[in-house]
Design a protein around this ligand. Structure first.
Ligand code: SF4
Length: 351
């Protein structure tokens, strides 16, 4: 373990985290921003694109989710997308500046029948020179190994909230199962993307509890998405109370302090935040966004609007070290040629 990795803490207590949340707003932000500057260029934000590769009819009952088969949200369902369509969408994401391509499927877990297609998607997207990320539900040890061998860089599996509050939100999958999937992902050598959602009726201690679970994992997740609940009509949380915007920023800042080397992602719910709030979020330590794409099935601001905001704030997208060998170059060119023949960037409803 490197010296800097050894200095990361994995023993946060509830009292300590409560104390951070209770700091005066400016003191907390100052501290979070100082930590951020120690570990990152504060004027760089990592940009990912998210594609729903299989939409709706999910057997899980997550109360916040428009894709759960348990809720009547009127969502257009779509079966697993064709591999070539996914690769085309990834090429377009790269062309508009994304460095990571995240593919999400509304499953309890991937089936044996679907795995070969999923592995082909990973290989194809990777060959474009993009970082790859997937979220497919619970994974067995064998599945994580196969995904890692195919070249998957990140696996997203959110803890959602504290262990204490979790049962109010999801009953079809346990917290322990989630932790087990995260352990399999680590074992297979992949990076972890895991975070949670604010605005589901949780208490401040639940927010602290979520961050404690994430920070006290044997290694911090490389990516920590902090989502603001998007209240989808037809879900049990459609009338949930709004989160105080300052409490949302506080949570980002506390996450930054607790997991100083992780990318903290301003994730779902960003389209409902004004530009001033987003700027404050970047100051508090958020340094990753989804853009230029529909965020699974909820809205996300357009890429140009994001780029305009970046320009106004003097922020540049984080660059990825390119492996610009000939194979990758050829794959990129081929994908761009194919993409020109496609008028659609991505249409999850036509899979
Ligand atoms: S959050 Fe994921 S697992 Fe839960 S219902 Fe939605 S798609 Fe299914």
């Amino acid at each position: 373990m490197s010296a800097s990795a050894a200095s990361l803490r994995h023993d946060w207590t509830l009292d300590e985290v409560r104390a951070l949340f209770e700091l005066p707003f400016n003191d907390l932000l100052f501290q979070a921003h100082a930590v951020h500057r120690q570990h990152f260029d504060p004027n760089r934000v990592q940009v990912s694109t998210l594609l729903s590769i299989k939409t709706g009819a999910c057997p899980e009952d997550c109360k916040y989710c428009s894709q759960s088969g348990h809720h009547n949200t009127g969502l257009d369902k779509a079966k697993l997308m064709e591999v070539q369509k996914v690769i085309r969408a990834a090429a377009e994401a790269k062309a508009i500046g994304s460095t990571r391509f995240c593919m999400g499927a509304a499953w309890k877990h991937p089936s044996a029948k679907d795995m070969p297609y999923v592995l082909e998607m990973v290989k194809g997207v990777k060959a474009l020179g993009l970082e790859t990320c997937m979220t497919l539900g619970t994974l067995s040890r064998e599945q994580t190994r196969a995904l890692a061998e195919a070249g998957l860089d990140y696996y997203n599996h959110n803890l959602d909230t504290s262990p204490e509050f979790y049962g109010n939100i999801v009953t079809t999958r346990t917290y322990a199962e989630r932790l087990e999937t995260l352990a399999h992902v680590r074992e297979a050598g992949m990076k972890i993307c895991s975070g949670g959602i604010l605005g589901m009726g949780e208490s401040l201690d639940d927010r602290a509890g979520l961050l404690i679970q994430l920070a006290n994992l044997p290694e911090h997740p490389e990516s920590v998405p902090i989502n603001m609940l998007v209240k989808v009509k037809g879900t049990p949380l459609e009338n949930a109370e709004d989160v105080d915007p300052f409490d949302f920023i506080r949570t980002l800042a506390v996450a930054r302090i607790m997991m100083p080397r992780s990318h903290v992602r301003l994730s779902a719910g960003r389209s409902e935040m004004n530009e001033q709030m987003q700027a404050l979020a970047f100051f508090a330590g958020a340094n990753s966004i989804f853009y230029g794409e529909r965020l699974l099935t909820t809205g996300n601001p357009e890429a140009e609007k994001d780029m305009r905001l970046f320009a106004r704030l003097g922020i540049r997208p984080e660059e990825r070290e390119e492996h610009a060998d000939e194979v990758h170059q050829a794959a990129i060119e081929q994908a761009l040629i194919e993409q020109k023949n496609s008028a659609l960037f991505y249409d999850a409803t036509s899979a």
